[in-house]
Write a protein that binds this ligand. Structure first.
Ligand code: URA
Length: 228
């Protein structure tokens, strides 16, 4: 064991031993502890639903904040295994503040029912948290500004599987311009979470002939989930 000079003197002193000291011995001064440069102190920022909700509801990162009635954060089980990500709020969602409550939402409910899932057990949100005027497609800069919110939701939930509902969600999460017809039917990964793309219910409402494919998508999603 190696003692500092100061500690050694304290020991000897407490044993009643007087130690001769040079009058010229410098006084003991503790030298400041220096961390080697290789040691960095990491701070972990812990996110919370309250914080995220607050940031989304007051967001002004893009111009959609000037036309929205309110933000649509998403809803459902914050510990969900299944996370469904749609495109953006429409007129009804913008008025009421919840995702998928219009006609497309009704069909989504039926799709969930067919999978023996309920809205209460999944988490449902959108790529954009604000409604684009006249329900136009989201712009690239709007998607970029909003993306961090979705990523934080995914981090907080840590779902077992992500279902990208429709082209915009699939293309955004997979960072591709590939058509939804090509993307469906495959298992992808979003930051290590399995991701499956399915047709958007709004598209299915317009194209009833694709309903059979939509049913196949749901079966595929269920099979994939069971195999995880
Ligand atoms: N409503 C939503 O919340 N998202 C969609 O993608 C479509 C309708």
């Amino acid at each position: 064991m190696v003692f500092s000079e100061h500690t050694r003197l304290q020991y000897l002193n407490s044993m009643g031993i007087t130690v001769w000291q040079s009058r010229f011995m410098p006084e003991y001064t503790a030298s400041p502890v220096e961390l080697p440069q290789s040691i960095t102190i990491q701070t972990t920022i812990i996110d919370s639903w309250e914080q995220l909700n607050l940031e989304v509801s007051s967001c002004q990162l893009c111009s959609l904040c000037t036309t929205r009635n309110q933000t649509v954060f998403g809803e459902g089980n914050v510990n969900a295994d299944w996370m469904f990500v749609g495109e953006a709020p429409g007129e009804h969602e913008d008025k009421q503040g919840f995702p998928f409550i219009g006609e497309a939402g009704q069909l989504l409910n039926e799709m969930l029912h067919a999978m023996q899932l309920t809205r209460e057990e999944i988490f449902l949100t959108n790529i954009l948290k604000c409604r684009p005027p006249s329900n136009r497609d989201p712009h690239v800069d709007e998607i970029k500004q909003c993306h961090d919110y979705l990523q934080r939701q995914i981090m907080l939930i840590q779902p077992k599987i992500i279902i990208a509902v429709g082209r915009i969600a699939a293309q955004t999460l997979l960072e591709t311009n590939e058509k939804i017809g090509k993307l469906r039917g495959n298992i992808y990964s979003f930051k290590n979470t399995p991701l499956i793309a399915i047709y958007h219910p709004a598209y299915l409402l317009r194209s009833l002939t694709e309903k059979r494919k939509a049913w196949q998508d749901l079966q595929f999603a269920l099979q994939t989930f069971k195999s995880l």
